[in-house]
Design a protein around this ligand. Structure first.
Ligand code: AMP
Length: 468
């Protein structure tokens, strides 16, 4: 399938071409026909599958073909980063038109956002609700509403806000909701509140998307990029097989490529912004066996046939089970064996457990002595031993000094004793002087100057007062 088959305006086809999108992704193939016909859409598709293009292309086509004013398309995102990313993508696709793209997001200048309300507005619910309360934004003209990453939106407690926002769009003609998964978390009920007879689309969750039977899943507990790199180099060194390394962004492709080259590996890379000729060249080098390691983002590796891959390294954790399945499906094909390795940060342990539950597969938790620590043992909430706490530390379990300190017996230090160490004991001197003076006075039958009698003012009883 090609973008030309969708009867898109020439400027849009040209901007798609400039972005380097050769053909629609799977989610675009499925969403575009329904969305271009004006139907509501409920899409199950994870990030990285090209779903922003799937809703932006129909929005842009509609906006340039019909006249209108004010905010005409409203896209809700759960985070500022995603909102900016989608707004940037929209701006590139609208290049050469009058259609303006902007954001209403937290952490940015309110006045600038109020002044510039664009035909395509990408917003986070918090700031938009604030503007709606102040009647500072007008959503009366919104024709298309998109709720992106709806599962995250629900997790973050935005359900009521999103419902309020959709009620504030009375002229809405089309609504689209996307979520990494359509199962659980009340997505179905949420969708029924905002969508009208939607076309349901799923990517990466069908029966053909099961993990291969002969695939082994392994996980390593890593504190950060530095430790991930050490584990990756160690694994690639001990197991020199054709391997795919998945990272989440193109910057990280560069980072991992530099690291592996420094470690002496020959590496091919694939990332979204490469020209078709560069992409072809990289996949050919890997396919022909000129190099054994290919570092790629999910989208760049999509649709590529890369035979005989023995190991998949999830340098960055897959965002969900569907993405893991997609990546891991590159190995253990046609009865051959393969392994998919996950690098897990301390805050991703829960995601690892949910991926294991969702796929119904056990993930073997491993460690490498001197390189990365064991996973912390699962324990009932609230219980936390000193030993396990050191493993879960930022340093990934290599905080030796702290462990040594924990072993030393604690001695209570008395400040006064330390302070006077090595100094003359003036109290003792005074006491002795007073004793001598008292003895002399007794011999002469009179009290001498400076010798305090028992019970007199100045005898404090703390050892400093000269009490004989
Ligand atoms: P998304 O899932 O929308 O966040 O998209 C992930 C990445 O895929 C972005 O960098 C998009 O620019 C890119 N992308 C979207 N559609 C296509 C396509 N048809 N071909 C190649 N890359 C695409």
């Amino acid at each position: 399938m090609t973008f030309e088959e969708f009867d898109l305006p020439p400027f849009l086809l040209e901007n798609i071409r400039k972005k380097g999108w050769e053909k629609p992704t799977e989610v675009q193939e499925q969403v575009l026909p329904a969305a271009l016909s004006g139907r509501d859409v409920m899409g199950g598709a994870p990030t990285g599958t090209g779903k922003s293009g799937a809703f932006l292309v129909p929005i842009i086509k509609r906006l340039c073909e019909r006249p209108g004013v004010g905010v005409r398309a409203l896209i809700l995102e759960p985070s500022r980063e995603l909102a900016l990313q989608v707004a940037n993508e929209a701006a590139v696709l609208c290049d050469g038109t009058q259609i303006e793209c902007g954001t209403i997001i937290g952490g940015a200048d309110r006045d600038a956002q109020l002044e510039r309300q664009c035909a395509i507005t990408v917003a986070t619910p918090g700031r938009l609700i604030e503007f709606l309360r102040k009647e500072a934004v007008d959503l009366e003209n919104v024709e298309v509403l998109v709720i992106d990453e709806a599962d995250r939106m629900l997790d973050m407690g935005f359900r009521a806000d999103v419902n309020k926002i959709s009620e504030a769009c009375p002229s809405r003609q089309q609504s689209m909701l996307f979520s990494a998964t359509l199962e659980g978390s009340g997505i179905g009920r949420f969708a029924s509140e905002v969508l009208d007879d939607p076309e349901e689309v799923r990517v990466g969750s069908g029966d053909g998307d099961k993990l291969p039977e002969d695939l082994k899943l392994r996980a390593y507990y890593t504190a950060g990029d530095e430790q991930k790199c050490r584990v990756l180099v160690q694994l690639l060194t001990t197991r020199r097989v054709r391997s795919l390394v998945f990272v989440k962004t193109r910057d990280r492709v560069g980072m991992v490529r530099a690291l592996l080259r420094r470690a002496g590996f020959d590496v091919a890379t694939l990332e979204g912004d490469m020209s078709q000729a560069e992409r072809d060249g990289a996949s050919r080098r890997f396919r022909d066996g000129a190099c054994d390691i290919l570092v790629a983002t999910d989208i760049a590796a999509r649709g590529l046939d890369l035979p005989d891959v023995k190991a998949v390294y999830n340098f960055d954790m897959p965002t969900n089970a569907a993405v893991l399945t997609h990546r891991s499906g590159r190995t253990a094909r046609a009865g051959s064996r393969g392994v998919s390795v996950l690098f897990v940060l301390p805050e991703q342990i829960e995601s690892l457990d949910s991926i294991s539950r969702y796929t119904g597969r056990e993930i073997e938790k491993r460690h490498i002595k001197g390189v990365c620590a064991e996973f912390p043992a699962a324990r009932p909430q609230g219980e936390r031993s000193e030993k396990k706490r050191s493993r879960a530390s930022e340093s990934g379990g290599f905080d030796k000094r702290r462990k040594e300190e924990e072993k030393k017996p604690r001695v209570k230090k008395r400040y006064r004793v330390i302070k006077n160490k090595g100094k003359p004991d003036f109290a003792e001197k005074r006491r002795r002087k007073a004793e001598i003076a008292a003895r002399k006075a007794a011999a002469h039958g009179a009290a001498p100057e400076g010798a305090a009698p028992s019970g007199a003012e100045g005898a404090s009883g703390d050892g400093e007062g000269g009490q004989p």
